[in-house]
Design a protein around this ligand. Sequence first.
Ligand SMILES: NC(=O)c1ccc[n+]([C@@H]2O[C@H](COP(=O)([O-])OP(=O)(O)OC[C@H]3O[C@@H](n4cnc5c(N)ncnc54)[C@H](O)[C@@H]3O)[C@@H](O)[C@H]2O)c1
Length: 451
Amino acid sequence: MRRRQFLQTSLAAPAVLSTAPALRAQKNTPVKSKINIAVLGSGLRGQSHIDLMVRRDDCVVTAIADIDPEMVRRTKAIFEKQNKPLPTFYANGPKDYLNLLEKEDLDAVIIASPWRWHTPMAVAAMQAGLYVGTEVCGAFSIDECWELVRTHEATGSHLFFLENVCYRRDVMAVLNMVRQGMFGELLHLEGGYQHDLRNVKFNDGKQPYGGGVEFGPKAFHEARWRTAHSVHRNGDLYPTHGVGPVANYININRGNRFVGLTSMASKARGLHEYVVNHPQGGPGHPNAKVEFKLGDKVTTMLSTANGETVVLHHDTNLPRPYSLGFRVQGTKGLWMDVNSSLHIEGVSEAHRWEKTENYFEKYDHPLWQKMADRAVGAGHGGMDFFLVNAFVEAAKANATAPIDVYDAATWLAITPLSEQSVAQGGTLQTFPDFTNGRWMDRKVDFAMGEY
Ligand SMILES: NC(=O)c1ccc[n+]([C@@H]2O[C@H](COP(=O)([O-])OP(=O)(O)OC[C@H]3O[C@@H](n4cnc5c(N)ncnc54)[C@H](O)[C@@H]3O)[C@@H](O)[C@H]2O)c1
């Protein structure tokens, strides 16, 4: 079916919630040896994906949509450096990606635009019949999460949620240990996004990190759009790096599900102080008058159908070394990633921590055992190689994504639920079931096979 016809047909289909199992689009189509991929939003994250993809011989990046001439220039340089043909660029305004989806002959698309564009782009790309990978964020509303699920169910197009931390080496070694029962029965888990982003949220418009105290149109990279969320919103705005691995440990949407959420936020001081104390800022700088709504430390607690508790941390505005703060605690041991600390009863010396790395040789996840050498040099300690590899392999097979639309909706929903809970002083929120009951018998997919 031609793409335009597909688009019209799928748009005409009633947007009702299907109770049928998730469609496996063109399940019996053969695995392709090479696919065409477009990237929507080729800022610094999109460029990292492109850089990994242009090195492969099983995919071609044929089209890119971006609205910023400087990002287009940087993106072109990646192709030139690798001696690869330039893709077609769609740089004619924020909706030019729709022309790209209509005109280009594509198999898949990666979305790495600012948060507000993820859902419209993912919906349009699924309606165009493409295999969709979308970068991480938090949703704006629960409706938006349902829209992703319903579009997938109506079109049969797959959505792969590109949560790279699920592929981190220690995260996967611990997953391997969890699946082998090393921690016993799991009871409590933690994770989060604890990353000092003050020098990302402000810059001088010329360099991405550290220079200046501007945000919005005068700035560059994420300071252009991300900082506005800290001005207007209060809640866990970036939950998926923490919740993704945690959800895999306790099989959320596959025999388990989140049932309740409560969230509280501290007061906001960090971003204001950064502007006031920065050499290019000061108390008289216009941005020193901005009132930031986002609490510097947002803490969210979730309960599950199977009786575990989960705590998520959001901490991006204060001086601190990076740590996602993972904790996996069961009846036989625990892992805490802050000091790379692990303890297994009967194996570790009583009451003593061991280094997580001690367990890599024996418990590295099979994917890391097989492909660690191919990941050398890839972003975020190599995990980005595993993510892009999984995306390309799954897209070539048009297979159900290992992190699928139900995971995306569930993890993204934490943000609006958290915002609502914070606004109500920590009131308990009921967690939607985006699988409509299918969580009870959906099978575990993530990293069970080739990806
Ligand atoms: N998984 C990770 O480790 C990781 C790391 C960094 C960023 N991210 C995520 O990736 C996404 C992009 O972040 P980034 O750091 O690359 O930001 P960025 O600002 O560097 O890039 C965003 C790009 O999107 C472009 N853009 C904006 N509106 C557009 C539109 N309507 N059509 C086409 N292009 C548009 C911008 O011009 C810019 O080049 C965000 O969701 C971010 O949270 C994920």
